[in-house]
Design a protein around this ligand. Structure first.
Ligand SMILES: [Zn+2]
Length: 76
């Protein structure tokens, strides 16, 4: 899967980001509304981090619901 590197405001360091999966996109839509564009959102892959943002715009990022916390630990 494509990954990018971004400064994560939650981790306060540079982290790898990957695109939101379908479940994450659905959660964002639930919060932001069905018209919210979720096709270009990336999330921080650091452990226990819920930060996501548009590809270039950190100012428009937000946090995923708590239920997505720790999901990345499964890949260890
Ligand atoms: Zn992070």
């Amino acid at each position: 899967m494509t990954e990018i590197e971004r400064e994560c405001p939650t981790c306060r360091s540079r982290q790898r980001f990957r695109r939101l999966n379908a479940a994450e996109q659905a959660a964002v839509r639930e919060k932001k509304g069905p018209r919210f564009f979720v096709g270009n959102l990336w999330r921080c892959t650091a452990e226990k981090c819920l930060w996501y943002q548009p590809y270039l715009n950190r100012g428009k990022g937000d946090l995923l619901p708590e239920s997505f916390r720790g999901e990345e630990t499964a890949t260890k």
